[in-house]
Design a protein around this ligand. Structure first.
Ligand code: ATP
Ligand code: MG
Length: 156
């Protein structure tokens, strides 16, 4: 069943805004076309983006804005999850997808270090790539890129 990606993202952001409450504003931006995507598991995509968004909420101080961005390219679909949170030290970035790894700056924010390891598996499953850009005290962007090919296609 084809997945309407724009509506899917809007719904997810609305749902995450409810769990985040008034402390954080979660926004969604995309190009204005409701592309359907084929052959991608909706539950898995929800798991991937939901995890990244809940991390963005958890590791951001009150007042921080979180952005889910959806970009269509000729040969890829790209999601950015941007936050204005605590950031991730460079030394930790390469290990974040390892089981139980937590960055040195988490302080009293609780977690088990499992979320991203599972996210990585889910991204790999669809032949995607996940990358991090982050600056301490400024914020973090996680980027997930899925190539469009015979396994994943869009309708335009
Ligand atoms: P959980 O298993 O409950 O998700 P967790 O959030 O600690 O626990 P991961 O989601 O795997 O585990 O994230 C691993 C580590 O990456 C975190 O402990 C944190 O140090 C860092 N991290 C992840 N997302 C962010 C973010 N948006 N901003 C800052 N640090 C982050
Ligand atoms: Mg987490």
């Amino acid at each position: 069943k084809p997945l309407a990606l724009t509506q899917f993202c809007r719904d997810l952001v609305e749902e995450m805004q409810l769990t985040a409450g008034s402390q954080h504003a979660i926004a969604f931006v995309n190009q204005n076309c409701d592309t359907h995507i084929f052959c991608m598991d909706e539950k898995l995509l929800r798991h991937i983006l939901g995890n990244l968004l809940s991390n963005a909420i958890k590791y951001s101080p009150a007042g921080g804005t979180i952005l889910l961005e959806l970009i269509y390219q000729q040969e890829a679909v790209i999601f950015h999850v941007r936050d204005e949170g605590i950031g991730i030290p460079e030394a930790d970035q390469a290990k974040l997808f390892d089981l139980f790894h937590r960055a040195s700056n988490v302080g009293t924010i609780s977690g088990t270090g499992l979320g991203l390891a599972i996210v990585k598996k889910a991204v790999d499953f669809h032949g995607g790539k996940i990358t991090i850009a982050s600056k301490i005290g400024i914020g973090t962007t996680f980027t997930v890129k899925f190539p469009l090919n015979d396994r994943i296609k869009t309708n335009d």
